[in-house]
Design a protein around this ligand. Structure first.
Ligand code: FE2
Length: 366
């Protein structure tokens, strides 16, 4: 199924950088809702003149929130085109220069040549390549670096309170690309980054009256990095992928799936912090036991929280999807708890899409 060899020696996702219009407020939002702790800062006070970044981290999840400080800044232009969204899915590597060179040899476009950043805590090497839309992948080499994030950042030593949400890792990050472009990006992840294809959904699996998509899941050799790629398929009305592409102004990151060991507790914490989730029709739960068999959680506990369940031959998974995290109907968050299953909730796509379409109709976009 997966034939990835990991030629670039990818360890995992080092961080996800979002370009946002107001990093201070976004940092407050992601701290108080997802429970990510502010650990590092760069901006005017650290000698950075044109932009500011907050680094938020909890266990193996690290977000960098970056905003421009000056008029006419390229980051501002990115935000004008896309709204707040993911700019960089940075990958931890053993050797950033070697990974960058191998990626270019295999057809990638360079965004940043290997650059060494050094301070008293050691050194970090960063190099970047382009992926779908204006999204990039940076290769981060930080062996032995002991600072809070990267040279140029200072630690946030007295962080404000951070709620415990149970979020522990990034499970997968999904990209939406244009109609007809999925294969091109599947090839990119295979040829440039050495990923293998894990699963494939077509519009037979994932279609409703109005919405359809095709999706292929690409995974690196160690299985630590999973990037599903979606493209719209033709439906009777505008699909959720088309809505995304319209509002994002092209391809980009659709959702970040965050793993938890206790989805009910995590959902309660996030709901309590004001994160709205996609609601699920009561009928979804009517034949749950019949569909997924015996599970540890009570149907009532799942139904109260609109948590979805899917089973495959390895086990089951529990998942839930947030509403968009910003004004534009673009980036959202998934919370996922895996109990054996390594899938992506194929059995939930129809129920989920019908629920998403109800929200889309409320926005007048269906
Ligand atoms: Fe997902």
């Amino acid at each position: 199924m997966v034939s990835a060899s990991d030629p670039l020696d990818l360890f995992g996702i080092d961080y996800v950088e979002l370009y946002v219009s107001n990093a201070r407020q976004a940092a407050h939002f992601y701290r108080t809702t997802l429970g990510l702790a502010p650990v590092a800062y760069a901006g005017l006070e650290t000698g950075l003149r044109d932009r500011t970044s907050y680094v938020l981290q909890r266990r193996n999840v690290r977000f960098v929130l970056t905003a421009p400080l000056t008029p006419g800044h390229p980051i501002g232009a990115h935000i004008a085109r896309h709204g707040d969204g993911v700019h960089d899915i940075a990958l931890r590597v053993r050797d950033a220069a070697a990974a960058h060179q191998a990626a270019l040899r295999n057809g990638a476009t360079s965004v940043q040549a290997p650059t060494i950043y050094e301070d008293a805590h050691g050194r970090v090497v960063k190099a970047s390549i382009a992926t779908y839309g204006e999204t990039i992948h940076s290769f981060i080499e930080r062996e032995g670096y002991e600072g809070p994030f990267m040279p140029g950042f200072r630690p946030i030593t007295t962080p404000p309170p951070v709620p415990e949400t149970g979020i522990a890792a990034i499970d997968h990050i999904v990209g939406n690309v244009e109609l007809g472009a999925m294969e091109q990006w599947v090839s990119y992840y295979r040829d440039v980054l050495g990923f293998g294809q894990l699963v494939h959904f077509d519009d037979q699996d994932i279609s409703t009256e109005y919405s359809a998509l095709m999706s292929k899941v690409m995974q690196n050799g160690s299985g630590k990095i999973k990037f599903p790629i979606n493209e719209p398929a033709s439906g009777r009305k505008k699909s959720q992928i088309e809505e995304y592409l319209e509002y994002y102004g092209g391809p980009g990151v659709q959702h970040i799936a965050l793993a938890t060991g206790n989805i009910c507790a995590t959902v309660d914490a996030l709901r309590g912090a004001g994160i709205p989730f996609i609601s699920v029709p009561p009928s979804y739960y009517d034949d749950l036991e019949h569909r997924v068999g015996a599970i540890d959680e009570s149907r009532q506990a799942l139904q109260e929280r609109s948590i979805l369940v899917d089973r495959d031959d390895e086990g089951y998974l529990l998942q839930i999807f947030s509403q968009p995290m910003q004004d534009r109907p673009t980036l959202f968050i998934e919370i996922i708890q895996r109990k054996g299953s390594r899938g992506f909730g194929k059995g939930n796509f129809r129920a989920l899409f019908e629920a998403i379409e109800r929200e889309q109709a409320l926005r007048g976009n269906l």
